[in-house]
Design a binder for this molecule. Structure first.
Ligand SMILES: [Fe+2]
Ligand SMILES: [Fe+2]
Length: 278
């Protein structure tokens, strides 16, 4: 059994809620996940001090972490930086690596940067990174659980706003399904939701579970999660994965389980897309 804790959109800066962040750290201390994944938007405005605060927060997590940037981690108004060094502040004050990879015998987690200087809001997965992800994951033993982390959404939220998704989302799903990705973790929408790739892009492929966390430590929750804070706990067993959404209860000063979802693990058999076209 392996456990992941998924947080997102911590937004250090004016929207950040320090008491909720302390609750996150207490939760991690009590539950001791194998890895904590933070799916982007570390800051509100990509300012050096905001990155340093995010760094201090992540450094207090006593287990391995994997972090990718979000669109708020690229300067919006500092246009010169945005064009010529969109991740200069991130690299200098938070981490040099934008697309980290965690791997051990049972688990591989691959970070993808979907925030770029020019395409800020909706995000983009580059085809080059998709090739690299395929190379990393192809040929792994079937027992290895494969996770991809990308800030922007590959499927639209069911209850709110635009139906637009990351550029190359469809191509990404094709690759992820082919190389046996079990789970995609994302944020950005400030809403919690879970779905699978075949509901949105039906093609008869092995489905990939897509899980979103709302904003874990900011006051920027949207729609039904307005002024709410959420995160996800994922337990991975040999036969099934269980996902629990957690919701912050300010009166209790802690996160509590809000809903629970079970997914059997895929049995991967080699297949071809030929003949599966609908
Ligand atoms: Fe965000
Ligand atoms: Fe975002």
């Amino acid at each position: 059994m392996r456990n992941l804790f998924h947080i997102s959109d911590v937004h250090f800066g004016p929207p950040h809620l320090p008491e909720v962040a302390e609750g996150v750290l207490r939760f991690i201390d009590e539950r001791r996940p194998d890895v904590v994944v933070l799916s982007g938007d570390l800051t509100q405005r990509a300012k050096p001090e905001q990155f340093r605060e995010a760094r201090r927060f992540v450094d207090r997590i006593p287990v391995p972490t994997l972090v990718v940037p979000g669109n708020h981690d690229v300067p919006l108004y500092r246009v010169w930086e945005r064009v010529f060094a969109p991740f200069g502040a991130y690299r200098e004050h938070f981490a040099a690596e934008l697309e980290p990879v965690f791997r051990d015998d049972d688990l591989v987690i691959v970070g993808i940067n979907t925030a770029h200087g020019w395409t800020l809001k909706d995000g983009r997965i580059t085809l080059g990174r998709l090739e690299e992800v395929a190379e990393l994951l192809e040929g792994l033993p079937e027992s290895v659980f494969r996770v991809v982390v990308a800030h922007h959404h590959l499927i639209p939220p069911p209850t709110f706003g635009t139906q637009r998704v990351s550029r190359n989302a469809y191509e990404a799903i094709d690759v992820f399904s082919r190389v046996g990705v079990d789970l995609i973790l994302s944020g950005h929408q400030h809403l919690t939701y879970i779905g699978n790739s075949e509901e949105f892009y039906p093609k008869g492929r092995p489905p990939v579970v897509i899980l979103h966390s709302g904003t874990t430590t900011s006051n920027r929750g949207r729609g039904v999660e307005r002024e709410k804070n959420t995160c996800n706990w994922i337990s991975i067993g040999d036969e099934a994965m269980q996902v629990s959404h957690y919701l912050w209860h300010g009166d209790l000063g802690r996160f509590a389980e809000h809903s629970r979802h079970f997914y059997p693990r895929q049995r991967r058999t080699p297949y071809s897309l030929e003949g599966l076209a609908l």
